[in-house]
Design a binder for this molecule. Structure first.
Ligand code: HEM
Ligand SMILES: *[C@@H]1O[C@H](CO)[C@@H](O)[C@H](O)[C@H]1NC(C)=O
Ligand SMILES: *[C@@H]1O[C@H](CO)[C@@H](O)[C@H](O)[C@H]1NC(C)=O
Ligand SMILES: *[C@@H]1O[C@H](CO)[C@@H](O)[C@H](O)[C@H]1NC(C)=O
Length: 276
């Protein structure tokens, strides 16, 4: 990256940060969305009605991200997972998961960056997002995938890993159904980091990747409210449960500022030594 690109990048990040904090403040002031009315009118999933689930076919492109794969499986993104624009990804993750517009711009732009593509002009397929590099997002010790050195196809969840994860839930939702908590998730990440280190000779981790790992996983607690009944079909089959909707009722969606209050405690609680 040239000096000019670095300066532009720093300015864009600063603008996104200010934009995100503005959304966070507006969310406190403006009344919340009604449960049952989170997905906007005209978008797939409005009124808790999702387009039908069609499992991926052999030559469909899928990523290491369960939640993006689910969008393709339900035809919210192209079912073959190909020829997607970064701007389309932005709009669709906002409508589907009620993340803040700042986040929905930041992450696809970050992905365009590590793929050396233009956020505004280029297109990608889902599999490309699984690029394994210290500059990208895919990392070792994921909760739903074995490391890429052991299982090169990162497009499918590992059923055994998912079942182990779902079993860790110790909380209860108001209706009595099982719920994953912050300590549950920290424990699951600790175990995966300890196991991956033992079983994968190419294992690597970094502060940046650990934080990304905690952030990815923390969506299970925020966007999914920790609800195992919804996480089970999402993680096993990459499918929305019937009547699903994002559990974030903030009108400007989940901001990075607020998300930090879940991500940082999750990462702080990780201690792989307990599982060595
Ligand atoms: C532009 C948006 C996104 C991109 C580029 C992206 C990309 C990725 C990638 C590359 C991974 C693999 C990381 C790993 O090695 O485990 C991942 C994991 C994950 N992502 Fe996404 N993602 C995006 C949006 C989302 C959204 C909106 C959600 C939730 C609503 C989500 C939830 C997750 C979860 C839970 C994991 C962890 C899976 C695991 O640990 O096995 N992602 N994402
Ligand atoms: C990708 O999508 C764009 C916009 O819909 C379209 O113009 C283009 O022909 C598509 N490319 C391929 C290879 O399908
Ligand atoms: C992007 O460009 C950089 C620097 O030119 C290069 O090191 C890297 O391998 C490229 N990545 C991809 C995915 O093409
Ligand atoms: C959230 O935390 C990350 C990592 O500590 C930090 O870089 C980022 O600026 C924080 N974001 C906001 C919006 O506070």
């Amino acid at each position: 990256m040239g000096v000019l690109d670095k300066i532009i990048d720093a300015i864009v990040n600063l603008v996104v940060f200010i934009w995100d904090n503005t959304c966070a403040i507006l969310n406190v002031v403006i009344p919340k969305l009604e449960p049952g009315h989170v997905v906007p009118k005209g978008a797939p999933g409005h009124g808790q009605k999702w387009p039908p689930y069609v499992p991926p076919k052999a030559d469909d492109s899928r990523s290491a991200c369960p939640m993006l794969n689910a969008m393709a499986n339900h035809g919210i993104l192209p079912h073959d997972g190909k020829n997607i624009s970064f701007q389309e990804l932005n709009t669709k993750i906002r409508q589907t998961y009620n993340f803040a517009p700042s986040f929905c711009f930041f992450v696809p732009r970050f992905a365009a960056g590590f793929l050396n593509k233009s956020y505004f002009n280029d297109r990608f397929e889902l599999e490309e997002l699984s690029m394994h590099s210290e500059k990208a997002i895919e990392h070792d010790a994921s909760l739903t995938r074995h490391d890429v050195a052991l299982v090169p196809d990162q497009g499918k969840p590992d059923q055994r890993l998912v079942l182990d994860l779902l079993k860790t839930a110790t909380g209860k939702c108001p209706d009595g159904s099982p719920q994953m908590t912050i300590p549950d998730l920290s424990r699951a990440l600790s175990r995966r980091r300890a196991d991956a280190r033992k079983s994968n000779r190419a294992y690597s981790e970094s502060f940046f990747h650990n934080l990304f790992g905690s952030a990815n996983s923390a969506t299970m607690l925020t966007i999914f409210g920790g609800r195992i009944d919804d996480l089970k079909p999402m993680l096993m089959e990459e499918r929305f449960s019937d009547n699903w909707e994002p559990r974030i009722l903030d009108r400007f969606g989940l901001t990075m500022a607020k998300f930090n209050f879940t991500v940082i405690p999750v990462e702080r609680g990780v201690d792989p030594k307990k599982f060595q």
